[in-house]
Design a protein around this ligand. Structure first.
Ligand code: FAD
Length: 491
């Protein structure tokens, strides 16, 4: 097969897999031989706590990737080069040392990633090396799905309609690399170091393995196979946090240990076969593309409200606001569903989607705190943290985003609890001190009779907090706070 370049460098980032990897496929097709690298970017790692499940997830996934690349190359010296360095310096340096003519990377439209890639492209250019980026982690990107007027959609439903009507088998085509595997280069002697340990990069082991969160390509496949059995009932189970309804694939989609094309292809086929569950799940994957395109086209959302008039809202500040925020973070609000959800994220790095909406709404519309505080907390704690989806989710609950819930829709944390955790199973799992309360009282312990509280071993203000705000009062305050939005005409 003819090739465009003699030697290429495949730079893995959020695509840690050898199966259906569009970028790796292109690199192997266009180069006689390809080296592979992953950089633990010191700029990104510096901001993280020394125990971080995501760093461990990546590290474990890299071990598998390294092994898979070696096998595919058919050479004992094949495999992944892993560096711990500033990516914007290290990639150009490595490209020169390995004497490559092209560097291949999966496209990433987060503002920081774009700035880094621009810097890398510039450095490479001075050495006459090309940076080639490929679409891999979404189905449609940037300006591929536009309104009839050629503008970017700000509303999900017509975006989804257009997305689905555009979807064609070639968008989901596999990118096999088995036949091209012999183009994977052997690593020169000085690049043959093993994948660094967590300690090598200054991190410690988290509870990832205790939680049995499966990593790497095999972990992604295992979760997907498991979910496949449940996909048809996703529409009816997905809202109940005590039920194993969703796929738990978020972290795998984040780091690309599964292929979005393979997931969409399966969901699409099942939807066409009449599965309502698959149709709803496919919709969630379309939301993912939607938010990626919003961030790519409106990068200002990373700092500001999508609807600028919402930046006029005056959020609570000062010591009292800080104390309310700390209580929210630590799951001490006195609202059991909110506190159980915060315990879930704090203990596992995962939070059920329904609960992300409930705790988000509580932060913004019951505590009157800036949605960016919650966004930052989620960014630090979620295993599946993704800037576009997290920002989209927070702006949705704050009503400031595209196609967000209207500002006057305010979740009642007690009725959400009664509706979505009717038997209090989820609450009991994360708040064992409330386990003995009745199914009725567990949603609002302050309404329980003193005798019931005593019999259940619950002391309000002791082993469980008194509510830090009254929902009805908070609701009225929020409506007043948001009134400013109505006074400013939309841009
Ligand atoms: C305030 C808030 C913050 C959020 N932060 C994130 C985040 O940082 N990262 C993230 O991936 N999702 C985020 N979501 C969306 C959603 O909650 C998670 O994707 C989902 O709970 C992950 O669990 P799962 O993999 O089991 O999802 P499933 O229900 O099995 O869905 C499958 C996949 O679809 C995508 N998806 C599902 N819902 C959404 C959505 N509303 N928007 C965009 N993509 C979606 C995700 O990639 C998810 O893994 C957030 C939602 C809210 C309300």
């Amino acid at each position: 097969m003819p090739h465009d370049f003699d030697t290429g460098l495949m730079w893995f980032r959020r695509d840690l897999r050898t199966t259906d990897n569009a970028t790796l496929h292109q690199a192997l097709r266009r180069c006689r031989q390809v080296h592979c690298v992953f950089i633990f970017d010191t700029e990104i790692l510096a901001a993280l706590p020394r125990i971080d499940r995501r760093v461990e997830f990546i590290r474990e996934s890299l071990s598998e990737l390294d092994e898979a690349l070696r096998k595919l190359s058919g050479q004992a010296q094949g495999g992944l080069i892993v560096r711990h360095a500033l990516a914007s310096d290290e990639i150009p340096r490595l490209a020169c040392e390995l004497q490559v003519q092209a560097v291949f990377a999966g496209r990433d439209d987060e503002p920081q990633a774009l700035a880094r890639d621009q810097q890398v492209a510039h450095e490479l250019q001075t050495a006459d090396i090309t940076l080639i980026t490929c679409k891999d982690h979404v189905i449609f990107e940037r300006r591929e799905i536009l309104t009839q007027g050629g503008t970017v959609y700000g509303v999900f439903t017509p975006y989804k309609r257009n997305w689905l009507s555009r979807l064609a088998p070639e968008d989901l085509a596999d990118h096999p690399i088995d036949a091209l595997g012999q183009r994977l280069a052997a690593r020169p002697l000085e690049f043959q170091a093993r994948v660094p340990t967590l300690a090598d990069i200054g991190f410690e082991k988290s509870n990832l393995s205790t939680l049995k969160i499966p990593t790497g390509m095999h972990g992604g496949s295992q979760l997907f196979e498991d979910f496949f059995e449940r996909m048809d009932s996703y529409d009816t189970t997905r809202d109940f946090p005590a039920v194993k309804g969703p796929s738990y694939l978020g972290v795998h989609l984040r780091f690309g240990t599964v292929s979005i094309r393979q997931l969409v292809a399966t969901a699409w086929q099942r939807q066409l076969a009449g599965s309502a569950g698959a149709a709803v799940w496919l919709s969630e994957l379309v939301w993912r593309d939607f938010y990626v395109s919003i961030l790519a086209n409106f990068p200002q959302v990373a700092q500001s409200a999508f609807k600028p008039e919402y930046d006029a809202i005056a959020w609570e500040t000062g010591l009292e606001a800080q104390a309310l925020f700390t209580a929210w973070c630590e799951g001490r609000t006195g609202y059991p569903l909110v506190d159980a959800a915060m315990a879930q994220i704090n203990q596992t790095g995962y939070m059920h989607n329904r609960l992300r909406m409930v705790v988000g709404s509580f932060l913004v519309k019951d505590l009157g705190l800036d949605w960016r505080w919650g966004e930052r907390y989620f960014a630090e704690h979620l295993n599946d943290f993704d800037l576009s989806a997290n920002n989209g989710g927070w702006q949705w609950v704050a009503s400031s985003g595209c196609d967000a819930q209207p500002y006057f829709r305010i979740f009642n944390p007690v009725s959400q609890s009664e509706k979505f955790d009717p038997q209090g199973k989820f609450i009991r799992r994360y708040l064992p001190q409330l386990a003995e309360l009745s199914n009725k009282s567990i949603h609002a312990p302050w309404l329980a009779k003193p005798l019931e509280l005593q019999a259940a071993g619950v002391t309000l203000g002791g082993n469980y907090p008194i509510p830090i705000v009254q929902h009805d009062e908070a609701r009225a305050k929020t409506l007043a706070r948001y009134a400013v939005v109505k006074k400013i005409p939309s841009a």
